[in-house]
Design a protein around this ligand. Sequence first.
Ligand code: ZN
Ligand code: ZN
Length: 233
Amino acid sequence: MAMLDIFYPKHCPICLDVLPPGKSLICAPCVKKIRYVRGPVCFKCGQPIRDETAEYCYNCRRKPPAFDEGIAWGQYGSQALRRMMSQVKYHQNPQLLDYPCLSMAKRFEEKVRSWEAEALIPVPVHEKRLLERGYNQAEEIANRLAEVWKIPVDAHYLVRRENTAAQKTLQNTERLLNLNDAFAVNGPVRKYRSVILIDDIYTTGSTAGACAKQLKAAGIQKVYSAVLLTGRS
Ligand SMILES: [Zn+2]
Ligand SMILES: [Zn+2]
């Protein structure tokens, strides 16, 4: 038994029970409870779509995001996965990401290889959140994916420009404009040819879109999106 397991027992990401010491990252019955993204997905963002005849989801049809293609692992509609994410974000428990990230990394390994990305770029969080939480959940996800995909994480190239905490009080259009200003590239242009943006949750795609826009403006030719959880449209 490793000493670390005694001091920091691992928890199952689904039921949150303490796992027996050793290599397991989830309890066996809980593997079956995960709601993966399955069935028809949007060709652009990878979000599940209800209309099987549609190629793109509502948001991608309405306003195609600036990234080239996206993948998503689990469904945000699942209560268990939502609870896991809130444990990660608000209860200092990033270890719960171990299993989901490993599962995601293996599932998309082949597709990701075809993207020939040179860096994983976590969506940056506000400085204030970072100080409160002590880590950026997107970076925690990126670090875990990086181990399997063997692509380095660059958490400094894309930065948050200012605190847009006032977002909630803004109207939709204002919010979008505001979001486009929220990110900036901090480094040489054309530092990479192809990168993958990493985030925890994808809803309308406005965050990934705003990040991709900045990266493309900095001369990055291919920008992909990989998110752990996604909504559905
Ligand atoms: Zn469990
Ligand atoms: Zn889409």
